[in-house]
Design a protein around this ligand. Structure first.
Ligand code: COA
Length: 335
């Protein structure tokens, strides 16, 4: 599914917010648990530390805090919010964690639901929300990316446990009759390569009565083929962004910021190189947070907005990619 908006109605981006848990887990500390080192992790991934949710925190609690900050920046009356979409793969309620955020916010007029597309989730949710706004169905939307991967990491698997952390980010989006600030987008899925990165269900079989069996619900831990995921990212992400540039008549010189899903610094650098971005334009906070899945893009975006790196009308090329496999790109004008 892809689209370049030619309609009269567009969207504008009004606010951002984020939240990370207080607990910090450094590379040094991880190397007390598994056979690794700060040197290995830093040089292969660019990650120095990550945040881990405490036992009283969960996805909707973190998402609520991020959403609240975004709404505050937008200066919106809570009652005027029509739509809340929570991108997450680690809901605290499998029936949906977005309603919990809606209740905490007191956003009584908003419809709220979850969307799952792993590390592409936030981007897919922004595009989804924008379609409701551009269609004229709703006026104001809050899109949240919140994930608590620490609950599903195998903390004995040194090949994957070093990568992930917890956090949340959010943005406030509004329908407008003026310039469309979602300039263009593309979304892709390839389920054939889905086995490279999974968080599969793990079921125990039992009997309800003598002749009726059933599987009880539950989940395994993250299973990842790191090399294949790496190859997928460095091949597909430059292609999808280059394609979007072609369709929208943009190029790296016209773009202020490259905002990629924060998976690995080597992926960020390689994609930036292939698209001819100078390193100052490549946003990165991986070192502090690692890969927080659906939260990485809004977490980075909010940091860059609050420290005044990203300014009103800056053009951002963004791309999310990960499990599914799923990937996508969007061109955004901030403001
Ligand atoms: N510490 C020390 N050694 C480690 C290690 C660790 N944490 N993890 C793996 N190794 C070892 C391996 O056992 C292997 O040793 P061997 O050669 O003796 O068998 C060696 O390092 C190389 O392993 P490899 O898997 O080839 O490493 P890599 O260079 O591909 O780096 C990743 C591994 C995970 C950092 C890298 O593949 C990656 O970042 N992939 C993308 C993952 C990703 O972004 N996933 C989320 C997408 S949304």
């Amino acid at each position: 599914m892809e689209g370049i908006n030619l309609n009269q109605i567009g969207v504008s981006f009004k606010g951002s917010g984020s939240y990370v848990p207080n607990q910090i887990l450094t590379n040094e500390e991880i190397s007390k648990k598994v056979d690794t080192s700060d040197e290995w992790i830093s040089s292969r991934t660019g990650i120095s530390q990550r945040r881990i949710s405490g036992v009283s925190e969960n996805v909707s609690e973190m998402g609520f805090k991020a959403a609240f900050a975004a709404i505050e920046m937008a200066k919106w009356d809570i009652e005027t919010i029509d739509l809340i979409i929570l991108a997450t793969s680690t809901p605290n309620d499998l029936f949906g964690s977005a309603p919990c955020i809606q209740a905490k916010l007191g956003a009584n007029n908003a419809v709220a639901f979850d969307l799952t597309a792993a590390c592409s989730g936030f981007l897919f949710a922004v595009i989804t929300a924008s379609q409701f706004l551009k269609a004229g169905s709703y006026k104001r939307a809050v899109v949240i990316g919140s994930d608590q991967l620490s609950s599903y990491v195998d903390w004995n698997d040194r090949k994957s446990c070093i990568l992930f952390g917890d956090g949340a980010g959010a943005i406030a989006i509004e329908a407008t009759n003026e310039l469309d600030n979602l300039i263009g987008f593309t979304m892709r899925t390839d389920g054939q390569r889905g086995s490279f990165l999974n968080l599969p269900s793990q079921n125990n079989q039992d009997l309800i009565i003598d002749n009726i069996n059933y599987s009880s619900g539950g989940f395994s831990t993250i299973e990842m083929n790191g090399q294949e995921v790496y190859k997928f990212a460095v091949r597909e992400v430059p292609l999808i962004i280059a394609n979007l540039f072609k369709k929208t008549n943009f190029n790296s010189e016209k773009i202020n910021w490259l905002l990629l899903h924060q998976a690995n610094q080597r992926i960020l650098d390689s994609v930036g190189d292939r698209l001819n971005f100078s390193s100052e334009k490549i946003l990165s906070n991986l070192s502090n947070y690692g890969n927080t899945s659906a939260a990485t893009i809004p977490l980075m975006l909010d940091e860059a907005i609050r420290n005044k790196k990203i300014k009103e009308n800056d053009i951002i090329a963004t791309s999310g990619f990960g499990a599914g496999l799923s990937w996508g790109a969007a061109l955004i004008r901030w403001g």
